[in-house]
Ligand binder design. Structure first.
Ligand SMILES: Cc1cc2nc3c(=O)[nH]c(=O)nc-3n(C[C@H](O)[C@H](O)[C@H](O)COP(=O)(O)OP(=O)(O)OC[C@H]3O[C@@H](n4cnc5c(N)ncnc54)[C@H](O)[C@@H]3O)c2cc1C
Length: 470
């Protein structure tokens, strides 16, 4: 029996091999540079099938990767010549409990499924701001979005998980069952097993909210950031916003302010009146269904382009740094080589920072404003099609002291600061020194848990954690 036939025989689900008509589609990722040529792509139908695949891969010494929504630009959910466990085809169901207190979310679901099921039942839970992102990676790395001001991080709303461990055992992890594993899963990433189901707390949610885009000419950036800095200090938990500085139609520099208020349009306009007073060139805000809030960025966050992104956080927005970063956006996108963007994320932070740093593995609770840069491009057959070279160009461009670099670093690496957001890291692997910095005081505990649940480092992609005996 061939190795492929042997694998196929052990699990319930689909196996796609190089040369199959759906192979290219099966290894596709949101970021083109995250694609790898896997030897086996598996689509398990249930948790037992995931367990069988993990056992088979370990027994046959075939490296494995787990794919949720496939949005990490790092390639962490892909495997060159290895095996991929892709949860997105079958383990993607979302249902609500009878009492509407929790959502049962498949490990391969997308946020749009969560948003829709919630809305159909009059409830919601915090999730990602781009609704085609996967739940898996986003939850395991912490996760935040427009509802985080009110309800906290996604991991703060996680009540239970079903996990396939490195030895194939299926366990439930919660505060009362495998509590150490549960602690690690809330921020420690895909280092501990394959999560086939997340159980998320949900909350009564009105069907419509105030949300949408205020679009300004690029020269208004300083003013808008100043307003945002003041507003953010007193914003209520029901508010939250994203600011993106980029080139818009006709490649003109624009500032896009994505506003959100969990209430009526009249209340929302009052909350954001200072932003409206700055004078946007277009006001596309209004009262919209709750399911729409995580769609405003979708038109630019399209699948299949090469991408480098990186993210960190600051205590407060600094307009001079925003202006310097915007200058880089303009420069790096001058000749059309890149589409580039600088972003600030303003989610009222009281709820997030009320959770002690050691209550979950997620380490970055102190800083208030998320900061990110993103550059995207297409393979064009020119010298710039060289991915590594392009990534270096972008990293060098954004090595701006005060945001992505502390001290005399030369590259923009989010985890080189203690405020980095691991989920935005585009590097395929991060050195241990960087992972240590990222997880700060939580790193030694993660190492012990890693040793207990995955001593031979089967789940070893992305920001790895070195197992250490207790
Ligand atoms: C357009 C865009 C918008 C974003 N917006 C936000 C945002 O609003 N808020 C936010 O917090 N983050 C955001 N992110 C970052 C996002 O959290 C990460 O990219 C995350 O990794 C995406 O999860 P995924 O399942 O789609 O990724 P994948 O590439 O599938 O997986 C990423 C990592 O998680 C692991 N993994 C995935 N699912 C599972 C599982 N079920 N069990 C075990 N391991 C698993 C993979 O093995 C891999 O290591 C955004 C990213 C993009 C590209």
């Amino acid at each position: 029996m061939s190795q492929a036939a042997d694998l196929k025989a052990v699990f319930n689900g689909d196996l796609v091999l190089p040369g199959d008509s759906d192979y290219t589609e099966s290894i596709a990722r949101w970021a083109k540079n995250a694609e790898r040529k896997a030897r086996y792509v598996t689509f398990p139908k249930d948790t037992e099938a995931v367990s069988a695949i993990v056992r088979w891969a370990v027994a046959n010494k075939v490296p494995l990767a787990v794919k949720g929504g496939g949005h990490s630009a790092s390639g962490a959910s892909s495997s060159e010549d290895g095996l991929v466990i892709d949860l997105s085809r079958y383990l993607n169901q979302v249902t609500v409990s009878e009492d509407k207190q929790v959502l049962y979310v498949g490990g391969g679901a997308l946020w749009k499924d969560v948003d829709q099921t919630g809305a159909d039942n009059g409830v919601a839970t915090p999730g990602g701001t781009v609704n085609h992102t996967g739940v898996g990676g986003l939850i395991l790395g912490g996760g935040y979005g427009f509802l985080s001001g009110e309800h906290g991080l996604v991991v703060d709303n996680l009540v239970e998980t079903t996990v396939v461990l490195a030895d194939g055992r299926i366990v439930t992890a919660s505060e009362t069952s495998e509590p150490e594993l549960f602690w690690a899963l809330r921020g420690g990433g895909g280092n501990f097993g394959v999560v086939t189901q997340f159980v998320l707390k949900c909350y009564p949610q009105r069907p419509t909210v105030y949300a949408g885009l205020l679009i300004y000419s690029g020269d208004k950036l300083k003013e808008v950031v100043e307003v945002a800095r003041r507003w953010h200090k007193t914003a209520s938990p029901k508010e939250g916003a994203l600011l993106i500085a980029t080139r818009g139609p006709g490649r003109q520099p624009v500032v896009i302010f994505n506003a959100f208020y969990n209430g009526t349009e009249a209340e929302g306009r009052e909350k954001y009146k200072e932003f409206i007073a700055v004078g946007p060139i277009a006001d596309h805000t209004g009262e919209v269904p709750i399911t729409v809030i995580n769609t405003f960025q979708n038109p630019v966050a399209v699948h299949g382009r090469y991408t480098y992104m990186t993210g960190t956080a600051q205590e407060e927005a600094k307009s001079e740094i925003a202006v310097a970063a915007f200058q880089k956006v303009i420069e790096t996108s001058e000749d059309g080589t890149f589409d580039s963007a600088f972003g600030l994320e303003f989610f009222p932070h009281g709820k997030i920072s009320s959770v002690p740093l050691d209550a979950t593995a997620f380490p970055a609770r102190k800083s208030q404003v998320g900061v990110l840069v993103m550059a995207r491009w297409d393979a064009d057959g020119t010298e710039y099609a060289d991915t590594a070279k392009k990534i270096t160009m972008v990293r060098d461009a954004y090595a701006i002291k005060g945001i992505f670099v502390e001290g005399e670093g030369s590259h923009a690496n989010p985890a080189d600061t203690e405020r980095g957001y691991s989920n935005y890291a585009s590097d395929e692997t991060l050195p241990t020194s960087t992972t240590k910095k990222l997880f700060q005081g939580n790193y030694p505990r993660l190492q012990k848990i890693k040793h207990q649940y995955d001593p031979s480092n089967v789940f070893n992609r992305w920001w790895g954690i070195e197992p250490v005996a207790a």
